[in-house]
Design a protein around this ligand. Structure first.
Ligand code: BYC
Length: 315
């Protein structure tokens, strides 16, 4: 079969919603796009543990501490499913770690912002996990089987995280004047970076068209961002907070909320490594990797010993 006919057959499968599995033929560019997106996604889950991990020792009660601990552990699990999904495409996990640790891999811009107050833990749950769910539920229908299946569990856990964050904020919204002020100040800082999570505007998104054709992405960056703004407006009312955008208003004709311009220069600056916490995040990641060396060595030695024992038993 020629490459053109293989490609036509592949696209036909995608169009008919038949999942692509690791051993199936796929275009090189499809494989590359998946490795790029899934590895960036895995890195985001792992780096995403850092801003929240900062608050485990300072959570205001045992109940809050347990909830936060469980959430941070869930993110580690998400990273592991995603690295595994990525490995099915023929890449080595160690290589992906290396790219992350040396700073050449991308991860979500949002995790380069600091968590300054307890309310930030609520805002991350409400806004960051909320944006993540909006973006990730459609990924459960991604054309690549292992990624789609990993996303089912990720999304279930992210929904719980979003509710947990909202409940933290709801509690603050019924608290003292200081707590209400802390809530508003936190939402002011997290709102715009959360909108940036969806990626550049469609006209500036070089990967979207191909990813939509291949059904890796089901909605464009702008479509998902709009859905998110529409949902948040009503939720903000329940929290009694103002979203920091004077242009946010209902547009009867469009059937959506209009919102103000996003500062894309800030976004690209953060993506290029110049956000408030980029260097801190990479330093923490490298330290954790170095300190985990003995665990990896022990696991390899254990696996090797078991292999030898099984060979001896079989012979
Ligand atoms: N930050 O052509 P585009 C989580 C890059 S984890 C940094 O639109 P695409 C969570 C993009 O990579 C959140 N870079 O790309 C974890 C591309 O660069 P390259 C992560 C970004 O792939 C713990 C360039 O800009 N979620 O939620 O079609 C705790 C042009 O963009 C960002 C995922 O990874 C960004 N925000 O669309 C709590 C979901 N946006 O690669 C929560 C899976 C764009 O060409 N990923 N860039 O050098 C996706 O859905 C898509 O990859 C994106 C971007 C929508 C993010």
């Amino acid at each position: 079969m020629t490459t053109a006919s293989l490609e036509a057959k592949f696209q036909e499968k995608v169009d008919q919603e038949v999942k692509i599995e690791p051993r199936d033929w796929m275009p090189d560019a499809y494989r590359k796009t998946l490795v790029r997106q899934i590895s960036q996604h895995a890195h985001s889950e792992i780096i995403g543990m850092l801003p929240e991990g900062n608050w485990i020792t300072r959570a205001p009660s045992l109940r809050r501490k347990l909830g936060l601990l469980a959430k941070v552990q869930d993110e580690a699990g998400h990273g592991l499913y995603l690295y595994s999904a990525c490995e099915t495409l023929g890449v080595e996990r160690e290589d992906l770690f290396e790219q992350l640790n040396e700073g050449t891999a991308k991860y979500s811009s949002i995790f380069n912002y600091p968590t300054l107050t307890w309310a930030d833990i609520g805002s991350i749950g409400w806004l960051v996990d909320g944006a993540a769910i909006m973006n990730q539920v459609p990924l459960c229908r991604c054309s690549y089987g292992p990624y789609a299946r990993a996303m089912v569990r990720v999304c279930k856990e992210e929904s719980f995280h979003q509710r947990q964050g909202f409940e933290i904020l709801l509690t603050l919204s019924k608290g003292t004047d200081e707590q209400k002020a802390m809530l508003q100040e936190s939402v002011n800082r997290w709102w715009w970076p959360s909108l940036m999570m969806f990626g550049p505007n469609d006209a500036e998104s070089p990967n979207s068209a191909k990813s939509m054709k291949w059904k890796i992405k089901r909605f464009t960056n702008d479509d998902l961002r709009q859905k998110f703004v529409d949902v948040c407006y009503e939720q903000a009312k329940l929290l009694n907070v103002t979203l920091p955008d004077p242009d946010l208003k209902w547009n009867e004709e469009r059937g959506h909320f209009d919102f103000g311009p996003i500062d894309w220069s800030e976004f690209w600056d953060v993506v290029k490594g110049n956000g408030p916490c980029n260097s801190q995040r990479l330093a923490a990641r490298n330290k954790a990797h170095a300190e985990g060396e003995w665990v990896r060595e022990a696991a390899i030695a254990f696996a090797e010993k078991n292999k030898q024992r099984n060979i001896a038993k079989a012979s």
